[in-house]
Write a protein that binds this ligand. Structure first.
Ligand SMILES: C[S@@+](CC[C@H](N)C(=O)[O-])C[C@H]1O[C@@H](n2cnc3c(N)ncnc32)[C@H](O)[C@@H]1O
Length: 336
């Protein structure tokens, strides 16, 4: 059965209302509604008592989410889990609760509300709203920082294994994950190549929650704190930059790439794992992410040509672009 095309007027109206659904989803995630439905369906009244909410307001938010398939609502007004809602449970394998809390947190929401200003000036209002740039704010606000880094790990968990399997690491000996967060990607890379040594490189407050030891990889992976604008750990043959370059302007990216180029062993490589925006007008996850980067950071998603130019300014040459089952590609750069 084919779905009828959406009427052009309806498309515009739906897009205009889109943020209401994001807000409703954020509320369900924040209140932990899915956790409270693990034992079976409940009324909004009972849920409201359990989560500390006002019953009729909660009912209206859940009714909306049920209408788009996030929860079920039965004839007696009880709400239950759907396969989608299951991802909002904190303990679900591959839980996306932290990811939703991150995507809908104020660091993205507030600047997106002022996107027109950004488009007029070409500059994010982030520093004006939060008093400092994006990552400085996350470092100085422990709640915002933890929400962001846990959410990044949760979102990345969806993609880490298939991306790690998309590259043959058998020629690599030592790999540095630059800005590797809690280490979810590096763990998948190391699990796939038993002789590979790893270095997880990030800020101290991020490394404090690293998962390397819990994954049983402490013997094969060092945690190194530092600032990739100053330097990255020396002497590895492989430098991973996953979801890093898209956070920064071209000028800043060239500095990060130069630091990798200087640190890398002869014959080494830099693997940039970011979306590569394809030509054409089709939908692509990178196009949404790109506007998110525009709104809150100085970054952007890039085309293959954009990456080629960045590499050339850092003494590197784009060798190949490998697709992955996720929205991200692996772009390999070697010494020019
Ligand atoms: C968008 S997250 C990506 C995390 C991880 N690579 C992933 O794919 O889930 C960006 C990471 O860069 C780190 N970062 C930002 N500025 C940094 C700096 N100057 N030096 C080292 N790490 C930095 C952040 O702490 C964060 O972990």
């Amino acid at each position: 059965m084919t779905t009828p095309p959406v009427h052009p007027a309806q498309l515009i109206v739906d897009l205009g209302f889109g943020f209401i659904l994001s807000g409703a989803l954020a509320t369900a995630a924040e209140l932990g509604i899915a956790d409270h439905l693990e034992q079976g369906p409940k009324s909004a009244g009972l849920l409201a008592e359990e989560v500390g909410a006002e019953a009729s307001s909660l009912y209206r938010v859940l009714r909306l989410l049920a209408s788009v398939g996030v929860f079920t609502e039965d004839a007696s007004g009880c709400f239950g889990l759907t396969p989608a809602a299951d991802y909002l449970r904190s303990a679900a394998p591959g839980s996306l609760r932290s990811a939703v809390l991150m995507l809908t947190q104020k660091i993205f929401w507030a600047p997106t509300g002022e996107l027109t200003e950004t488009v007029r000036t070409g500059r994010t209002p982030f520093d004006r709203i939060f008093g400092k740039p994006f990552f400085d704010h996350l470092a100085s606000d422990p709640v915002a920082g933890a929400t962001f880094h846990r959410g990044m790990s949760s979102l990345s968990d969806l993609e880490n294994a298939p991306i790690a399997r998309s590259y043959d690491f058998s020629a690599c000996e030592r790999v540095v994950d630059v800005g590797g967060g809690h280490g979810g990607f590096l763990i998948e890379v190391l699990k796939g190549s038993p002789s590979l040594q790893g270095v997880l490189f990030d800020h101290r407050h991020v490394l404090d929650e690293a998962r390397i030891a819990d994954a049983g990889l402490a013997g094969r992976c060092e945690l190194v704190e530092g600032d990739f604008f100053k330097a990255v750990p020396q002497g590895a043959d492989t430098y991973l930059l996953k979801r890093i370059l898209h956070d920064w302007s071209d000028e800043v990216c060239v500095g990060i790439l130069l630091n990798c180029r200087r640190a890398m062993k002869e014959g080494g490589r830099v693997l940039v794992v970011d979306t590569v925006i394809p030509p054409g007008n089709g939908p692509h996850g990178g196009k949404v992410l790109d506007v998110m980067m525009l709104a809150s950071l100085q970054g952007r998603e890039r085309t293959e040509e954009d990456l080629r130019k960045l590499f050339a300014q850092a003494g590197l040459r784009l060798a190949r672009v490998l697709p992955t089952p996720a929205a991200l590609s692996i772009t390999e750069a070697v010494a020019a």
